[in-house]
Design a protein around this ligand. Sequence first.
Ligand code: SAM
Length: 227
Amino acid sequence: MSEEALFTGRAGQSVAIESRSRSRLGLVVTGLVGGSLVALYAVATPFVAPALRKICLPFVPATTAQVENVLNALRARSGTLVDIGSGDGRIVIAAARHGFLASGFELNPWLVWYSRYKAWREGVHRSTSFHISDLWKVSFAQYSNVVIFGVPQMMDKLELKLESELPSSAKVVACRFPFPNWVPEHIAGEGVDTVWVYNAESFKSLQHCGAVKKTTSENADTAESNL
Ligand SMILES: C[S@@+](CC[C@H](N)C(=O)[O-])C[C@H]1O[C@@H](n2cnc3c(N)ncnc32)[C@H](O)[C@@H]1O
């Protein structure tokens, strides 16, 4: 074989190797970009989804002052506590530190997993529990202290649900937005950190003019059609 032919053969081989490694690199880059997009979609969807519902209840964490106001409002209380829409678990964890057996119900699985991790890290995992659940599909009958940081559009429906489920001994604390028909026994804090405290005994005896009290499942149907 002539020197020229040998050179041409080697050059051809190296071009083939180069083009193979380039196409492999292309595959790796496509895989990485595709994988990152899928991961981003999986993480972002639960945070964006509430904005697409009819009643938008987004993740807005309670401020430190708000958490303090909640705990002060329940200072003389003990037993079970639930935070409806528990976000990153800050109210549940703070309540557990104050001796409550505290639970959170939250639609966003990432926030629930993060809350469980935080509770474990802060050493209160034995007195806390976090559930990936739709608030309209569970009963809060077993809780004697209820906390809700909701939005005005959902408060009238939640009133009916809690009226039918909670025992007369329960207390309810609403953060930032009050319930429309109940009369609070106490209001604490100011501005966005305001909390309204309600006594179940008084709101259970309150009659809604023209409103029909609904069971949990009926409430769930109504709420679903609204969300
Ligand atoms: C305003 S944030 C309050 C978070 C937390 N309670 C706090 O004060 O820091 C409302 C939370 O409710 C959750 N959420 C929205 N719709 C829900 C539903 N149908 N069931 C359960 N949680 C829901 C949102 O993901 C969000 O984390």
